[in-house]
Write a protein that binds this ligand. Sequence first.
Ligand code: CTP
Ligand code: MG
Length: 160
Amino acid sequence: MYEVLNVVGSALWFILPAYVANATPVVLGGGPPLDGGKNFIDGRRILGDGKTVRGFVCGLIAGVVVGALQKRWLTGTLLALGALLGDLLGSFIKRRLGIERGGALPGLDQLGFVAVALLLASPVEAPGWAAVAAILLITPVLHLATNFVGYKLGLKSRPH
Ligand code: CTP
Ligand code: MG
């Protein structure tokens, strides 16, 4: 039991800069969209209005600060950048599938950001397989729970 808690604790500590980078835009985002309002060749938005310049910058700064506080400056920066790029990639894919801004794509919505964060940070620092498994299992639950709280607080227009 103690070992399980230890793995879960170190997994959450490892991925924390990615979580913070992903959550910050919900509170501090808004304003001009990253894609400049432009459409892709398929006639749909490149990313959509849910991905803003301010959200990206604030998310990156917040994630970098958390990494610095953890004394893992480089890993924290890569995790934060990976989380934000993974989130953009998710929106890009959703738009290509014809899913409007705010529409759900279960799986990608909860794990896309964390998968790209892990990949980008892996050349510098990778957690063990047990920690990766813990991150992949816990993140969807935490993501759905925090998004539901954000919805109840009026920060998000939809509960996912
Ligand atoms: N947000 C932002 N900038 C980002 C990412 C998120 O401003 N780079 C803000 C937006 O207000 C967004 C909210 O955080 O609506 C929630 O993020 P998310 O659920 O990822 O966006 P959605 O609105 O659901 O859009 P999408 O369908 O593209 O995921
Ligand atoms: Mg969403």
